[in-house]
Design a protein around this ligand. Structure first.
Ligand SMILES: *Cc1c(COP(=O)(O)O)cnc(C)c1O
Length: 415
C-alpha cells in the first residue's frame, strides 16, 4: 500500500498516461483538422509547463476551498447499509460543491489555465446545461466574457439552466444543426474556437475530445479520488474494497478512479446508463456495448448502428446520454483494471428515491445509476467491507423527471 502522506502542493497523478501523442494504448489521440491541430499542440505544450508550476496548483487549491467548498466530505450511509444487510456504503459528496456537481472542478481548473494563457473570452458546449452553468459561474467570478453553445432542443427542455447562465452574464447560443443536442453544440463550439483562437479558450465538459483534453479534465477532476483516498485512510486506516462511479463522458469516474488505480485490492466499477432496453438507441452503455471508432477528435468506444453511423442514445439522465466515452476509460476497460456494469432508468429511479428517503440526500439521476449498482453489490458482501460511491451531483435539477413516479414508489415501499 502507498503511504498516506499529502504530497506538497503539486498533485502528481498516479498514472503516466497518456503518452507523447496523447494515446492511452490505442485510444485517444487527436483526430482533428489542421486548423485545430496547432491550437491543441499549443495548449498541450503550455499545460505540460504549468503542470509543474507549484504556484498554479496552490492558487487552484485555494479556489477549490473558498469558491466551491472543497474538500467535500465522505458520508457513511448507515441506515441504507443496515437495511441492505451487507457492505457499508460511503458517499463522496460531490453534490455539495458550488453549483451542485463535480463539473465545476473542471471548469475552475480550465479557467485558471485560460487565465495563464492570457485568454479573455471563454466558450463551452453544454447538454442539459450543467457544464454551461458551472463554466458561466467561474467566468463570472473572473470577469471573463462567456459564450455557451447549447442544442436548440436542449434550450427548450432545460430552460431553467438557460436562465441561470444568463443571470451569471453568459450568452447562450442555441444550435440548430443536426439533432440540436450536445454533439452539435460541441461541433459548433469547436468551430467558434478555430475562428477566435487568439483571445478564446474552449472549456470542454468531460474527458472526451482530442488530446490534451482527456488528460486536462482528468487532472482537474482527480481531486475527487485524491481526497477520497486520504479521507478513507484517515477515517478507517483502510482503503475501500470497491469504488463505484457513473459514466457519461467519464469525468467523474476517471476523477474518482485515478488515485486508486495502483491499489490492486480496490475494485473499480464504472456504471453506464441502460436506458429502457438493450437495442441500439435505447441506452447509452458505450463501454459495455460500443465498438472502437472516432468521435469528437478521439479514438474510443462509440455506439454505432449497423451502418457505422453514430447511434442515438437514451437515458433518463441527460448527463449520461452520450454516444462516446473518454479514451482512458476505454483503455482501462480493455486492460481489465475497471469493470463495467449497466443500470437502467427504472433501477436508477428506485435508487434515487431510496437515497432520498433513507438518507435524506436527493441525488442526481446520473449518480443514482452508481447508487443502484452499489445497492445490488452491497447485498452480496460482508458487513465489514466498504463500498465508496461517487455521488457526482444533487438531484434538484431532476424533480420534473421523477415526480410522476413518486406515487408508484410510495405504494411499493408501503406494501
Ligand atoms: C454531467 C454529469 C455526469 C456525467 O458526466 P461525466 O463526465 O461522465 O462525469 C454525471 N453526474 C452528474 C451529476 C453530472 O452533472
Amino acid at each position: 500500500m502507498r503511504s498516506n502522506t499529502i504530497d506538497a502542493d503539486i498533485p502528481i497523478c498516479s498514472t503516466t498516461l497518456p503518452n507523447h501523442s496523447g494515446h492511452f494504448g490505442k485510444y485517444g489521440g487527436r483526430y482533428v483538422p489542421e486548423t485545430l491541430f496547432a491550437a491543441l499542440s499549443n495548449l498541450t505544450i503550455t499545460y505540460e509547463k504549468i503542470k509543474n508550476d507549484r504556484g498554479f496548483w496552490s492558487e487552484l487549491q485555494a479556489d477549490f476551498e473558498s469558491f466551491i467548498g472543497r474538500p467535500t466530505p465522505i458520508y457513511h450511509a448507515k441506515r441504507w447499509s443496515a437495511m441492505l444487510g451487507g457492505a457499508q456504503i460511503y458517499l463522496k459528496r460531490e453534490d455539495l460543491n458550488h453549483t451542485g456537481a463535480h463539473k465545476i472542478n473542471n471548469s475552475l481548473g480550465q479557467i485558471h489555465l485560460a487565465r495563464k494563457l492570457g485568454k479573455t473570452r471563454i466558450i463551452a458546449e453544454t447538454g442539459a446545461g450543467q457544464h454551461g452553468v458551472a463554466t458561466a459561474t467561474v467566468a463570472a467570478r473572473f470577469g471573463l466574457e462567456c459564450v455557451i453553445y447549447m442544442g436548440a432542443a436542449d434550450v427548450e427542455r432545460q430552460h431553467i439552466n438557460v436562465e441561470r447562465m444568463q443571470i451569471l452574464g453568459a450568452k447562450v447560443i442555441p444550435v440548430t444543426s443536426g439533432t440540436q443536442t450536445l454533439k452539435d453544440a460541441l461541433n459548433e463550439a469547436m468551430r467558434d474556437w478555430v475562428t477566435n483562437i487568439d483571445n478564446t479558450y474552449y472549456v470542454i465538459g468531460s474527458v472526451a475530445g482530442p488530446h490534451p483534453y482527456p488528460m486536462l479534465v482528468r487532472d482537474f477532476q482527480a481531486v475527487i479520488g485524491r481526497e477520497s483516498r486520504q479521507q478513507m485512510l484517515k477515517q478507517h486506516s483502510k482503503l475501500p474494497d470497491v469504488v463505484i462511479a457513473c459514466v457519461g463522458g467519464g469525468s467523474n469516474a476517471i476523477g474518482m478512479f485515478t488515485e486508486f488505480i495502483p491499489d490492486e485490492s480496490v475494485r473499480l466499477i464504472a456504471v453506464e446508463a441502460g436506458g429502457f432496453g438493450d437495442e441500439i438507441g435505447e441506452h447509452a452503455a458505450t463501454l459495455s456495448k460500443g465498438v472502437p471508432g472516432v468521435l469528437h477528435g478521439s479514438k474510443t468506444y462509440i455506439l454505432q448502428d449497423q451502418h457505422g453511423q453514430v447511434s442515438e442514445t437514451h437515458s433518463i439522465s441527460a448527463g449520461l446520454d452520450y454516444p462516446a466515452v473518454g479514451p482512458e476509460l476505454s483503455w482501462l476497460k480493455d486492460s481489465g483494471r475497471i469493470e463495467t456494469h449497466i443500470v437502467g432508468d427504472i433501477e436508477a429511479t428506485k435508487a434515487f428515491f431510496n437515497c432520498s428517503r433513507i438518507e435524506g440526500i436527493i441525488p442526481a439521476l446520473e449518480s443514482s445509476h452508481a447508487l443502484a449498482y452499489a445497492e445490488k453489490l452491497a447485498k452480496t458482501m460482508r458487513s465489514d467491507q466498504k463500498i465508496l460511491v461517487n455521488l457526482s451531483g444533487r438531484g434538484d435539477k431532476d424533480m420534473h423527471l421523477v415526480s410522476h413516479h413518486s406515487s408508484e414508489y410510495l405504494s411499493e415501499t408501503n406494501s
